[in-house]
Design a protein around this ligand. Structure first.
Ligand code: NAP
Length: 281
């Protein structure tokens, strides 16, 4: 059986937990060598140990340029290439009404989500341009696609990530480098539990909450759902996909809802004498 990422080298930031951890596992299972970068050191070390020879952990705060450059350097040291860069590290960040958010909290949110993603793209691009190929995957969110899906700073930062994805894709395409992003709605991870329930450990409860609100009845989104999207974007199967924002949201952003849509329950539009306007009867 051919593995989908056979021989590829990938960096995943925020790889100690949630989506990053699930993606690392899937990448390793598909033949990649993965370097996990995260600020959670003990957790990251244990994830890498669990994943075995295919994974290593390196402490990395994505807001620090020297640490991001070093993380990518470690990946390149493996066999002189960097095939996949996944800019995934994230926080919920500043919350609350727009007229009460402190500037430094707003900026801190942007530091992690936007500057962290920018630094990952920047240092990956240096190598990928030179080797004329590579796949960069950024974590956006449905909060970066529609309004009203997340806290203000988070939503603004995720919109910025979608923009940065499209713009860097437009520049890097001529070097054979693809840049795409993934926009999940709520999926079962510590971040979602923290965001919705204020408790990052409440994974069972967030699973129930997300399942109840899911357009796909009773099915919560999972880190593995997002990892599957990342696997496609990392692999050569997505070789002609560039500048794309791939929603993994059960259709939330395209009108799918947990409750019955109004047009399926309301009386059909009548033209005259009871005709629907679609048939003569
Ligand atoms: P997660 O389980 O909390 O994992 C994120 C990891 O990133 C954590 O280990 C976190 O450490 C780490 N991190 C935070 N700041 C960092 C920094 N400055 N440098 C390096 N690592 C840092 O969250 P997740 O749900 O998997 O989220 C992954 C990405 O998906 C994020 O960008 C998030 O915005 C996005 N996303 C998630 C959802 C969802 O519902 N889960 C939906 C849409 C988009 P700490 O825990 O110590 O902060």
């Amino acid at each position: 059986m051919t593995l989908r990422l056979d021989g590829k080298v990938a960096v995943i930031t925020g790889g100690s937990s949630g989506i990053g951890e699930a993606t690392a596992q899937m990448f390793v299972e598909q033949g990649a060598q993965v370097i996990l970068g995260d600020i959670q050191e003990d957790l990251g070390e244990s994830v890498a140990e669990r994943l075995g020879e295919g994974a290593t952990f390196a402490l990395c705060d994505v807001t620090q340029e020297d640490q991001v450059a070093e993380l990518i350097g470690e990946a390149i040291a493996i066999n002189g290439r960097l095939d996949v860069m996944m800019n995934n590290a994230g926080i919920v960040g500043a919350r609350g009404p727009i007229d009460e958010i402190e500037l430094d909290q707003f900026q801190k949110t942007f530091d992690v989500l936007v500057s962290g993603t920018f630094l990952g793209i920047k240092h990956a691009a240096k190598k990928m341009k030179q080797q004329e190929g590579g796949s960069i995957i950024n974590l956006a969110s449905t909060a970066g696609v529609n309004g009203g899906f997340g806290p203000h700073a988070y939503a603004a930062a995720k919109h910025a990530i979608v923009g940065l994805t499209k713009n860097s894709a437009a520049e890097l395409c001529r070097y054979g480098v693809r840049v795409n992003c993934i926009a999940p709605s709520g999926v079962v991870t510590p971040l979602a539990a923290q965001a919705h329930l204020g408790d990052f450990q409440a994974l069972d409860k967030i699973r129930d909450t997300l399942a109840q609100n899911s357009p796909l009845k009773g099915r919560a989104g999972t880190a593995e759902d997002v990892a599957n999207a990342a696997l496609f974007l990392a692999s050569d199967e997505s070789g002609y996909t560039n500048g794309h924002c791939l929603t993994v949201d059960a259709g939330f952003t395209t009108g799918s809802k947990a409750t019955e849509p109004a047009h399926t329950t309301s009386v059909p539009f009548m033209r005259e004498a009871g005709k629907t306007g679609l048939t003569d009867t």
